[in-house]
Design a protein around this ligand. Structure first.
Ligand SMILES: NC(=O)c1ccc[n+]([C@@H]2O[C@H](COP(=O)([O-])OP(=O)(O)OC[C@H]3O[C@@H](n4cnc5c(N)ncnc54)[C@H](OP(=O)(O)O)[C@@H]3O)[C@@H](O)[C@H]2O)c1
Length: 209
């Protein structure tokens, strides 16, 4: 698959490394694709990963992953151009001023992303897992669960397969509206990791028979 990962930070880099190692064609969409930092990053990752400006990066991409800070989400989406009918994975969390959720209960970042990316098939995913675990690392010998949600079943299946390939236990949690529950869950994981000193090697897992 051709995957455009928007953002060259922790999440973007982690996904680019892991998916490209599995043979996917990954392009990192960046505000500065020709900067020394990005050139070094691309060379370090290898596996044919390339970098491009935002609008160029999504050309021909089967899946587009939004991995930018919440404060930059709207402007980044606008810079991508027309996203109608495109599969957009929203990995962001709507944090403002540190670890405070800007939206919750009656709306969510995922739903807001769908409004900004007019006509796109938005799938909320990967917002709960620490970027350092995007290589599919198992914890207590178990795969970490990745709940995903979205309104388009076919897109969810494509995204679920891509995430499962990374080594995760993917769970279809329902419609995009479920983002209202997935985003606060990220906050819990971060608080457990940082404030309770559990470290970054913690993951969410749904146990079932
Ligand atoms: N870190 C985690 O463990 C984790 C886990 C799950 C979800 N998330 C969510 O995923 C998103 C990305 O997280 P991250 O940790 O990868 O962030 P990050 O390390 O800060 O990287 C974000 C990237 O977004 C791009 N960007 C575009 N506009 C920007 C702006 N105005 N300011 C800063 N960067 C901008 C930058 O790439 P270019 O300079 O190349 O444009 C930057 O490298 C966030 O919404 C976060 O809440 C993070």
């Amino acid at each position: 698959m051709r995957i455009a990962v928007i953002g060259s930070g922790s999440v973007g880099t982690g996904l680019a490394k892991s998916w490209s190692a599995l043979g996917h064609s990954v392009v990192i969409g960046s505000r500065s694709p020709e900067s020394e930092r990005i050139i070094d990053l691309i060379s370090e990752i290898g596996n044919g990963v390339t970098a491009a400006g935002l609008s160029e990066s999504v050309v021909g991409a089967d899946v587009i992953v939004l991995a930018v800070p919440w404060s930059a989400a709207e402007i980044s989406i606008a810079a991508l151009g027309d996203l109608a009918d495109r599969i957009v994975v929203d990995a962001t969390n709507p944090f403002v001023k540190g670890l405070n959720l800007e939206i919750g209960h009656t709306d969510s970042g995922g739903e807001q992303v769908a409004k900004w990316a007019t006509g796109a098939k938005v799938v909320k995913a990967l917002n709960i897992v620490d970027a350092r675990l995007l290589n599919g690392r198992k914890l207590e010998s178990r795969e970490i669960s990745i709940p995903i949600c979205g309104d388009d079943s076919e897109s969810k299946e494509i995204v679920a397969d891509l995430i499962a390939e990374l080594g995760f236990d993917v769970i279809d949690a329902g419609k995009l509206e479920i983002s209202r529950l997935l985003e606060p869950l990220c906050l819990l994981m971060i608080k457990l990791s940082m404030k309770k000193s559990l470290g970054n090697a913690i993951g969410f897992r749904v146990l079932r028979d």
